[in-house]
Write a protein that binds this ligand. Structure first.
Ligand code: RFL
Ligand code: PHB
Length: 392
């Protein structure tokens, strides 16, 4: 077995792990990233599309925003649709000028990988049997297999950035962790197609047949979603079936103008709300989907990963620089305060826009709530403030 050491072992090369690695590079803190999959696999995942300003600022700060500044599309508003009507919700107008930016997670990950490629600190892809040890002591370490050889990485801290299905959170003894979970009785069927987006801003539609969402990756590439059965299979949906169902759920003025075309990708994602508390276990810190999952309504998951990394990098700097142990616990408190508020908004918007049952009463109450929040200044402001993201 070969043994090496670093200051921070980062588990996972998704957006949270790569963003943390680059931030630590800038702070002069040594780190190693250990990822289970290949780089090609990581770069092929199609997920989020909407970045809060704080996420854009973070990417600028670490020097990963060059392409984003050229290609990202600012959205000054978001749209809610119900009962064949579209209600624009001004983001800038209701938040003193804040906006969100359409720029795919795939592109963010590529930019972060390119930045990482120039780092003197290593990234290990296709690491097998990753396991975390002794993080309740001052000498934690990580074991993993690389091309059949077992490696040991000694470190001061472990950052668990390995997503919902990762090894970090489940390494914590059950008695030390509290989890909260809500699994929704539906999923999202997503489709990517090279057709111009029908709506210049993200449109969330509550329809009696179920939720639909119109988004974009560029002015020539659209991303659409429809609520589906969580056990449904992509193979059950031809492109024509998808387009037909999408159109049925959108107001006439949208469906009459939608341009259809062959899908580049289709996938089904389950929806859940999940939080693990705290985010610090001795020398192990959790960030991003490893610690919490939000339903995608509201576009918050990726953004939460970045706000965690912002708080975590401050804590790591205080710990490695000044030996400030308390900073690690403050990380957990600061990050969780923002996570719970964001979790609330994602849950709220999911309830407001999705079909949970066949009961017409439920649907009418949602329509009444939509009528209320979209005609009340306070309601519009609440949606806009949350959509652009809580301040750090
Ligand atoms: P990731 O992206 O899951 O990355 C974790 C990485 O860890 C690796 N890994 C391991 N590595 C080593 N050892 C192990 N044992 C490991 N186990 C796993 C994995 O291979 C992976 O590379 O987590 P991270 O970095 O925390 O990032 C979170 C975001 O990816 C996620 O929150 C967003 O995609 C959520 N999300 C959205 N977020 C937004 O902010 N805006 C959106 O518009 C948005 N839309 C979405 C979404 C998620 C979706 N799906 C598919 C769940 C739309 C969808 C459909
Ligand atoms: C996306 O563009 O993929 C997207 C946009 C808004 C959401 C979720 C996903 O709430």
């Amino acid at each position: 077995m070969t043994t090496t050491s670093t200051q921070v072992a980062i588990i996972g090369a998704g957006p949270a792990g790569l963003a943390l690695a680059s931030k630590l590079d800038r702070l002069g803190i040594d780190n190693v990233v250990i990822e289970r999959r290949s780089q090609e696999y990581v770069l092929a995942r199609i997920r989020a599309g909407i970045l809060e300003q704080t996420t854009v600022d973070f990417l600028k700060d670490i020097g990963a925003a060059g392409r984003l500044e050229q290609e990202g599309i600012p959205h000054h508003g978001v749209r809610l649709a119900y009962n064949n009507r579209i209600i624009p919700v001004g983001l800038g107008a209701n938040t003193g000028g804040k906006v969100v930016t359409a720029y795919g997670q795939t592109e963010v990950t590529k930019d972060l990988c390119d930045l990482r490629a120039a780092s003197p600190n290593p990234t290990v892809y296709e690491a097998e049997n990753v396991s975390l040890h002794d993080f309740d002591s001052a000498r934690p370490y990580v074991l993993y297999d690389e091309q059949g050889v077992t490696k040991r990485l000694n470190c001061q801290l472990i950052a668990g950035c390995d997503g919902y299905h990762g090894v970090s959170r489940v390494s914590v003894p059950e008695s030390a962790i509290t989890t909260y979970e809500k699994v929704y009785p539906f999923g999202w069927l997503g489709m990517l197609a090279d057709v111009p987006p029908v709506s210049p801003e993200v449109l969330y539609a509550n329809a009696r047949r179920g939720f639909a969402l119109c988004s974009m990756r560029s002015w020539t590439r659209s991303r659409y979603y429809i609520q589906c059965d969580p056990d449904d299979k992509v193979e059950n949906w031809t492109d024509d079936m998808f387009w037909d169902e999408l159109k049925r759920r959108l107001p006439d003025e949208v469906s009459d103008n939608i341009q259809t075309g062959p899908s580049l990708e289709k996938s089904i994602a389950p929806l859940r709300s999940f939080i693990a508390e705290p985010l610090r276990f001795g020398r192990l810190l959790l960030a991003g989907d490893a610690a919490h999952v939000v339903p995608p309504t509201g576009a918050k998951g990726l953004n939460l990963a970045f706000s965690d990394v912002h708080y975590m990098s401050e804590a790591i700097a205080a710990f490695t620089g000044d030996g400030d142990e308390d900073a690690l616990s403050r990380y957990s408190e600061r990050a969780l305060a923002r996570v719970w508020k964001t979790q609330r908004f994602s849950w709220y918007l999911t309830n407001l826009t999705h079909r949970f049952s066949d009961d017409p009463f439920d649907q009418r109450v949602k329509e009444a709530e939509l009528a209320y929040v979209t005609t009340s200044q306070a309601g519009l402001q609440m949606i806009a403030e949350n959509y652009v993201g809580m301040p750090l």
